[in-house]
Design a protein around this ligand. Structure first.
Ligand code: MRU
Length: 347
């Protein structure tokens, strides 16, 4: 059972656990229309690639519900425009466009639909995407735990748990599955500056699960790895190009370089919906740059003097050569990734 529900559709509303305020305050954000969903994604009320995908799917449904009294042609045009707005809310996690495309595809399949009927079908599809996410993560967990040695000391970055998905988690799902079998594992969670997903969210989830964990400042990772105190690294992903290059939280690339240098296995855990076969390599992945205030301020307190330049990319690209395996719900893929990944069906 998950200790938190990050994304849930209840009482006609999309209910999101507001991740901006955790772990101190457990507050919910209610979306009654797609513009509120767009706001929630853009402002990190909901975050983490799979959670963003599920929220966007409900966003499409809420837009359809809003337009249900229009004639078929106008309904379709308005929905397309709403989808375009949802798609622009965050650029890097491909799960967002994957979910919106899947919602659009259902309409193409049902050629003879009338508007109220398709609104109901879209609700069912959004529910399906949310339900499936939990099953997918459990499967990632089952495959991934086979790679975790007994008593392993695992380093993870950012938050990839129940909060970043509809439930259970991807990289954190692997850790949970490993812990279900072996309580002697230990997790090192990077703080993950500037948004502190590791310190605030991963640490919260691990504590609630009773999984032994230590939070480290991001820059401690190299020392721990060099000193032989980390057995493997598992991270999530926001977009994986066809050649295996992976976009994930800023700092992931640096960890992968250190891991390679000290021969520590480095794994990526993600659903196949995170794989973007339209992109040949990571060079084509758009990297989101977020507001300077994320760096200059912490919880409203200014740390960096005003007028100083800030560069705040939210993600980086880990080259496929640094990745020992990509753990998905369909199994673990290894190099050569191009051959392995292009063979899988993504929908
Ligand atoms: O900016 P965020 O918090 O949405 O970034 C999240 C990550 O980078 C995660 O590692 C990734 O989305 C995988 S979540 C299962």
């Amino acid at each position: 059972m998950d200790i938190v529900k990050s994304v849930e559709f209840k009482g006609g509303k999309l209910v999101l656990l507001d991740q901006r305020r955790l772990p101190g305050v457990k507050e919910y954000f209610y979306c009654e229309n797609y513009k509120e969903v767009e706001y929630a994604i853009a402002n990190m009320v909901v975050r983490g690639a799979p959670a963003i995908g599920a929220a966007a799917a409900y966003g499409v449904y809420l837009a359809a519900r809003e337009f249900r009294n229009y004639g078929k042609e106008e309904f379709f045009l308005k929905l397309k425009e709403a989808n375009r707005i949802l798609l622009a809310s965050r650029p890097t996690a491909v799960n967002l466009s994957w979910a919106v495309k899947r919602m659009e595809k259902i309409m193409e399949k049902e050629e003879d639909w009338d508007v109220p009927e398709i609104v109901d079908i879209l609700k069912d599809e959004a529910d399906k995407i949310a339900r499936e996410d939990i099953e997918i993560n459990r499967s990632i967990g089952r495959y991934g735990r086979e790679l975790v040695p007994e008593g392993a000391r695992i380093l993870t970055h950012c938050n990839t748990g129940a909060l970043a998905t509809v439930g259970y988690g991807t990289a954190l799902g692997v850790i949970r599955a490993a812990f279900e079998r072996d309580e002697s594992i230990h997790v090192f969670a990077t703080e993950t500056r500037p948004w502190l997903q590791g310190a605030r969210l991963t640490a919260f989830e691990l504590r609630e699960e009773g999984i032994p964990a230590t939070v480290i400042v991001d820059s401690v990772a190299a020392t721990l790895i060099r000193d032989g105190k980390i057995d493997l690294i598992i991270v999530g992903a926001d977009r994986i190009a066809a050649n295996g290059d992976t976009a994930n939280k800023i700092g992931t690339f640096m960890l992968s370089e250190i891991a390679k240098n000290f021969s520590v296995p480095f794994y990526v855990a993600a659903p196949v919906s995170t794989i973007d076969l339209e992109l040949d390599s990571g060079a084509e992945i758009e990297i989101e740059e977020r507001a300077p205030e994320e760096v200059t301020h912490i919880q409203g307190i200014q740390l960096v003097p005003g007028g100083v330049n800030v560069y705040n990319p939210s993600f980086d690209i880990t080259p496929h050569e640094n990745i020992d395996g990509i753990i998905t719900e369909k199994g673990v893929f290894r190099a050569p990734y191009k051959e392995e990944l292009t063979g899988i069906s993504l929908l």
